[in-house]
Design a protein around this ligand. Structure first.
Ligand SMILES: [Zn+2]
Length: 321
């Protein structure tokens, strides 16, 4: 009993530390917002700060929000003043549409995958009235390099060189995941701020290069939170469960679709408490922590994707949605 209470106290104080860290990071960001908003953009200019106002010749005004222009970061593009019927946004070979006739969504999410090559990337925005092109603007975003950590791990050889009989299963599961991430709901299913899926010691290991049994193998596309087996795991925001299944590598796994291409994934669970198709609310318990699949001990592997782009989960706490 005493042990339990102690654990509770520890996790509560860790939460406080986390809360403070987020606040401390947010304060300078907010100051930056005010200084950056006034910077006007012309075609071809490089964005120098965290919130940018984009004014199009058509009279439309957009706002681009981001924590940093680095691999593994999300960009939020908000349509602030609507003058056109629709906007077509092209970025990193992908096309996105803003439609004025629909009340939702008023923002788009663009993901910078953790393996994205740094350099100048073009954001092209075309404004249309009825079917006529009114203006077409190009902006250059300078993606800076990001240093990711490295780690050597020793795991059961069956995960490094999976046995023949499971290779078909692994292939099937990879295909299933690709299909899931390609089907994004066009409305925003999340609401308000994101929450941590559990309390516990957090490892800053997003993007870590994993060297399994001395062979560089994969990049760690999420963050790990140390939690005992059985610890409740909560939905980071509201959405719809699109996968609740036992997978070879990630063990018992839940994936939640939050809309607009954003997905959250919870791995290595000992129990799953939701099923595919369920609508979940922010903070709702979706499973219990564990160590199933490729795992060296009880922990939660928590990952965020914007379509195919692998995103740092901690970035969600520093952006306004
Ligand atoms: Zn992990």
């Amino acid at each position: 009993m005493r042990q339990k209470m102690l654990e509770k106290e520890i996790s509560a104080s860790e939460e406080n530390v986390l809360g403070r860290t987020v606040y401390q990071k947010l304060a300078p960001l907010l100051i930056f917002v005010f200084s950056a908003v006034s910077i006007f953009l012309v075609n071809g200019l490089v964005f120098p700060a965290e919130v940018k106002t984009i004014s199009l010749e058509s009279g439309d005004v957009l706002e681009l929000r981001y924590r940093e222009l680095k691999p593994g970061e999300p960009l939020v593009l908000v349509w602030k003043e609507k003058k056109s019927d629709f906007l077509e946004v092209k970025f990193l070979e992908e096309k996105h549409l803003f439609n004025n006739s629909q009340p939702q969504p008023e923002f788009l999410l663009l993901g910078l995958d953790l393996a994205l090559k740094p350099g100048l990337k073009t954001l092209e925005i075309s404004a249309y009235k009825k079917k006529n092109l009114v203006s077409k603007s190009e902006f250059q975003l300078e993606i800076k390099p990001r240093d990711f950590p490295k780690k050597e791990l020793t795991v059961d050889q069956k995960y490094v060189t999976p046995p023949k009989q499971v290779q078909e299963r692994i292939k099937r599961e990879a295909e299933l995941l690709a299909v899931i991430y390609s089907l994004s709901t066009p409305e925003w299913l999340a609401a308000g701020s994101f929450v941590f899926p559990c309390e516990g010691k957090m490892f800053p290991n997003f993007g870590q290069q994993r060297i399994y049994n001395r062979v560089p193998r994969s990049v760690h596309a999420g963050i790990d939170i140390a939690v005992p087996t059985g610890h409740p795991i909560k939905a980071t925001n509201s959405g719809r469960v699109v996968l609740a299944s036992d997978l070879y590598f990630s063990g018992k796994t839940v994936i939640i679709d939050h809309g607009l291409g954003l997905f959250s994934t919870y791995c290595h669970l000992s129990r799953i408490l939701v099923k595919r198709g369920d609508r979940v609310r922010t903070g709702q318990v979706i499973g219990k922590a564990g160590s199933t699949g490729l795992s060296t001990g009880p922990h939660l592997h928590w990952a965020i994707k914007i379509k195919e782009a692998r995103i740092d989960p901690l970035s969600l706490f520093e952006l306004e949605f």
